[in-house]
Design a binder for this molecule. Structure first.
Ligand SMILES: [Zn+2]
Length: 228
């Protein structure tokens, strides 16, 4: 965690309060976020533009910068990666943080050749920027692991089989069906039922499970808006 350069100026009496206020501005919840499912896990995220706007507004346009230290293309993972570094002036000190970002290479369906490596690298750089910004508190709350944690694929799924037969949504009464995600993973009915029970204490179909997640997220966001 390097600090460098700027010599601390005379400390101000309201230094502590300023620090809390600045951190509050950096970490404030976002009004709109985006969602995606990867590996069967629901992710909530902000865009690069949102991260940049937040840094500009909280720190001032002139008071932070970002650069890519290294980048590459990993052919095994078929991903572009970038190691980014953010430098920000906080409390008269330069704070430097680094983090990696990545993006899958987008390929032509017909020929399999990459469509635009520059675009993929830019995506990896934006991902690195968002992760660096999170080290300063921006959208950090989105990285918080859900409690209780959803089971990993290695854990046996309780009741897979007999128990899942006839499991119905407690909201709408629909029978649970297998859920398939865009990335190829799927949740059998027993898994969906198990997630519903763990997270919301009831068995839910996918649309009501999503609704319950959304309600829970809104409730948590409301809690975080309580000023400190
Ligand atoms: Zn339902």
């Amino acid at each position: 965690m390097a600090t460098k350069g700027a010599v601390a100026t005379t400390s101000q009496t309201e230094d502590g309060a300023d620090r809390v206020e600045l951190y509050g501005r950096l970490t404030a919840p976002f009004e709109a976020t985006f969602r995606d499912i990867r590996g069967g896990v629901e992710l909530e995220y902000i865009t690069g533009e949102q991260a940049i706007s937040r840094l500009n507004e909280a720190l001032g346009v002139a008071n932070w910068s970002f650069r890519i230290l290294e980048h590459g293309i990993n052919s095994d993972a078929d991903e572009c990666w970038a190691l980014g570094e953010i430098t920000a002036q906080i409390d008269d000190r330069m704070v430097v943080r680094q983090q990696f970002g990545s993006q899958k290479v987008k390929r032509s369906r017909a020929s399999g050749t990459p469509l635009d490596i520059g675009f993929d690298l830019k995506g990896a750089a934006t991902d690195a920027l968002k992760k660096c910004a999170s080290l300063l508190g921006v959208a950090l709350y989105l990285w918080k692991k859900e409690v209780p944690a959803e089971p990993t694929p290695l854990q046996p799924l309780a009741g897979r089989g007999a128990d899942s037969d006839g499991a119905a949504c407690e909201e709408c009464g629909e029978s649970l069906t297998e859920v398939r995600f865009k990335d190829g993973t799927s949740w059998p009915p027993a898994q969906l039922a198990s997630y519903g029970r763990r997270k919301h204490s009831r068995v839910l179909c996918m649309s009501h499970y999503r609704e319950a997640n959304e309600a829970k997220r809104r409730a948590e966001a409301a809690l975080q808006q309580v000023p400190f």
